[in-house]
Design a protein around this ligand. Structure first.
Ligand code: FES
Length: 101
């Protein structure tokens, strides 16, 4: 049954930044888009690059390995490719950011 797990503090992830977090035994890329948190699979569908270490521009993250781009709000490829990454629900409780896994 899905459950929300606290992965970091709100202050750990300023607007416009991203990071890799661990929840439910998996690596998840977490993004702060102007105060709204989004989470997708950390593993780029190209060759497995760590998207939490990518560059966030608006709601698009660029993979640090070869530059594939992903929509962090949906997990869709932002370059028109058919690959799609898993997306996770997020919420803020108190000063914590939670991800549903
Ligand atoms: S591994 Fe992400 S673009 Fe190649």
């Amino acid at each position: 049954m899905p459950t929300f797990i606290r992965v970091c503090s709100v202050s750990d992830l300023p607007p416009g930044s991203c990071r890799t977090v661990q929840a439910g035994g998996q690596a998840i890329a977490l993004f702060n888009c102007e105060g709204t948190f989004h989470a997708i699979d950390n593993t780029c569908a190209h060759r497995g690059g760590p998207l939490g270490e990518g560059t966030l521009d608006g709601t698009t993250v660029t993979c640090p390995w070869h530059g594939w781009q992903w929509d962090v709000t949906t997990g869709a490829n932002a370059m028109g490719m058919p690959q799609k990454l898993r997306r996770f629900e997020t919420k803020v409780e108190g000063d914590g950011v939670l991800v549903e896994v």
